[in-house]
Design a protein around this ligand. Structure first.
Ligand SMILES: *Cc1c(COP(=O)(O)O)cnc(C)c1O
Length: 364
């Protein structure tokens, strides 16, 4: 991409952009590929956005609050911590980027599990920080000693893990908080579906940061609001590297209203969890291996006579796609190329998935 006009920074020139899940154009798709919430956000979100807009949108002339104080206060209230322990971001991707900026560089390495969220390598490399990818132990256990002795300045635990959906135990998390000599980041994008958050725990420790998002558990992926909870000194450091106005007025109003409406979300999440249990049962009946999920997706390994596991995954993915059902598949990743990550949708989405799955299984 170099030309005779400009040069590209050495760190950036070797990078490639993150590959997000496909957002298909046109209607008719059953979209089970990016773990979005299957139900609309709380009706209070609409009210809050309209209120923020007012009759003439006059508020939009003004910059938003630089610290997004309302969001910090609401996040703090939600997790039972102090506002000084909270920060907001333009999606949790933004917050993760702040973490890398503040705590990663050529000499400060970052570590994460493999597989986990494929954005981490992109963000860490942007800071010139090496990303150490650690393997799970048998039974998807965390390699606790390897993490502790990794020498990394930051360890990011995706809990529950994506793309596998497993959640880790209190004792594993506490062990790492006590023994990892660096910043221990817990990415809790899917915690609303496991029912377990370590945010309050994080605020009570010097070296733990919990990152959350309204995208998965609150149905607000389109608004881009994420946050982090942790020790005040960590939050202050993140504030140094943050964009001045990193959450817009409408997004802030929406996220605050969503966080307040616990009743609505508890009910909607219960339906997601019921659909998850139902589709796991279905996969079991198909004779397919799946990872028991604590999240809003299931990682399943389909099988079919005459096909290798990777061929079966590819064939199933393509069959679903031809049926306008989109799921996530990483054919080039040796660790997970034999399975698909399928987002839990509405009961009618899941019905379509089941019917298409049976057709695939029975097809010669
Ligand atoms: C989706 C996701 C995020 C990012 O969510 P935002 O939409 O940027 O808030 C972060 N971590 C994991 C593991 C995710 O799956």
């Amino acid at each position: 991409m170099e030309n005779s006009f400009y040069k590209i920074s050495k760190t950036v020139s070797s990078l490639s952009a993150y590959t997000p899940g496909e957002q298909p154009k046109g209607g008719g798709w059953t979209k089970l590929n990016t773990n979005e919430f299957p139900y609309p956000p709380s009706p209070k979100v609409r009210e809050a956005i309209l209120q923020e807009l007012g009759d003439d949108c006059a508020a939009l002339r003004l910059y938003p609050a630089p610290l997004s104080d309302r969001l910090r206060a609401e996040v703090a209230n939600f997790y039972g911590v102090e506002p000084k322990n909270a920060i907001g971001g333009n999606g949790s991707d933004d917050v993760l980027n702040l973490v890398m900026r503040a705590f990663g560089d050529e000499n400060l390495k970052v570590a994460a599990m493999n597989p986990s969220y494929s954005l981490y390598p992109v963000l860490s490399k942007m800071q010139g920080a090496e990303l150490l990818e650690l393997d799970f132990e048998c039974g998807l256990k965390l390699p606790l000693e390897k993490i502790v002795s990794s020498g990394a300045n930051v360890f990011i635990l995706t809990n529950p893990n994506a793309p596998l959906g497993v959640a880790f135990s209190d004792s594993e998390v506490e062990y790492l908080a006590d023994n990892f000599k660096g910043l221990f980041v817990i990415d809790e994008a899917y915690a609303p579906f496991s029912g377990k958050t370590f945010s309050k725990f994080a605020a009570s420790r010097k070296n733990v940061l919990c990152v959350g998002t309204s995208s998965k558990g609150w149905g607000l992926a389109g608004m881009r609001v994420g946050w982090a909870v942790g020790d005040e000194d960590i939050i202050k450091t993140l504030d140094v590297v943050r964009d001045s106005y990193n959450i817009d007025r409408l997004a802030c109003a929406a996220a605050v209203a969503a966080l307040r409406d616990s009743n609505y979300y508890e009910n909607a999440r219960r339906r997601v969890v019921e659909s998850r249990e139902d589709i796991e049962k279905f996969f079991g009946e198909m004779g397919w291996n799946y990872v028991k999920s604590s999240s809003n997706f299931v990682f399943v390994r389909p099988n079919k006579k005459g096909l290798s596991p990777a061929q079966a995954a590819k064939s199933y993915f393509e069959f679903l796609k031809a049926d306008k059902i989109l799921v996530r598949f990483w054919p080039n990743d040796k660790k997970i190329c034999d399975g698909l990550r399928i987002t839990v949708g509405t009961p009618s989405d899941m019905q379509k998935l089941k019917e298409s799955s049976i057709k695939w299984k029975n097809q010669e």
